[in-house]
Ligand binder design. Sequence first.
Ligand code: NAP
Ligand code: GDD
Length: 322
Amino acid sequence: MSKTALITGITGQDGSYLAELLLAKGYRVVGVVRRSSTTPYERIAHLVDRIELASADLLDQTSLTDVVQATAPDEIYNLAAQSFVQTSWKQPVLTGEFTALGVTRMLEALRKAAPKARFYQASSSEQFGKVVETPQRESTPFYPRSPYGVAKVYGHWITVNYRESFDLFAVSGILFNHESPRRGLEFVTRKISDAVARIQRGLQHELRLGNIDARRDWGFAGDYVDAMWRMLQQDTPDDFVIGTGETYSVRDFCHAAFSTVDLDYRDYVVQDEKFFRPAEVDLLVADPSRANHELGWTPKIQFAELVRMMVEADLERYARLR
Ligand code: NAP
Ligand code: GDD
């Protein structure tokens, strides 16, 4: 009997890679999509014939409970969120509704309609924020620096609380930044890879960025969805930090991306106050040793390959558009 997985956020970067992974493992995959006047399925267009889509919204308890009831999932991956940190200062209440309370709504849906299902919550290294130790591990205290980070801390602890209160198999993966050619264009890595391709084609002449000294632990999204799945295959539910253990600055990313096409980023990157944040997360770097040992998980794609993959994908995309 094949297992059934329910994925919220299936139209997002991670949802699309996770759906591919689970289909390859023989799962029946059901994805939650919210009602829209358009069908924004570009990341899963190649999968729509092999998955089922169900309509629900993180803001609406009834729709979530009904979808869980109708799907009878073995595993639930709660990936949906307002995930862009910068927007969380402009829409703090909505971010809290989606990214914090949305988790409680999903847990309530599970508790009422499928209490035996295993639950994965998409926690974030943003929870470490103004880091109190380096590298960051499972025991590192949280110090979020944005409404998004604060909302994710809530989502993390409500998952732990439901596990302990109701004996659910509910876990949080504290994932460090993970990128891909499917990354949204507003996130810094994709903004850079897209700009490199546009500059190369003469469509753009400069790249305006904020704080290029911020450091992140960047991995490949395709590797990280495998860690999510592994967390739900354990004998006992537990939370894990997932990252590469290496950290690079935005400046390093620019250097690597522009070098791919033999350009010097210093000739194009302009710093712009508009992209600085009210409170910054200066440095993130994971200690993924528990995931290495207990999940048998290690990232396959390293920083240089990730940058190249993203720039080449954008170069090809613009070449096709010509
Ligand atoms: P993403 O590309 O921004 O995708 C977000 C998904 O959430 C989209 O499918 C979106 O649907 C859906 N969504 C948003 N609001 C919703 C609502 N009210 N009801 C139902 N669905 C809703 O994010 P991602 O990069 O794949 O990240 C997946 C999850 O991991 C997020 O929770 C994110 O916060 C977390 N995370 C990401 C990273 C990372 O580096 N990528 C690291 C740590 C944690 P639409 O297509 O309709 O907008
Ligand atoms: N987006 C963006 N745009 N970021 C910029 C820019 C710019 O023009 N210039 C500099 N940055 C800096 C940001 O200030 C931040 O320090 C860093 O680049 C990364 O920003 P993002 O790519 O927007 O990602 P993030 O780290 O804020 O958040 C992502 O990773 C989290 C995990 O740590 C998102 O995917 C979150 O959803 C995720 O939880």
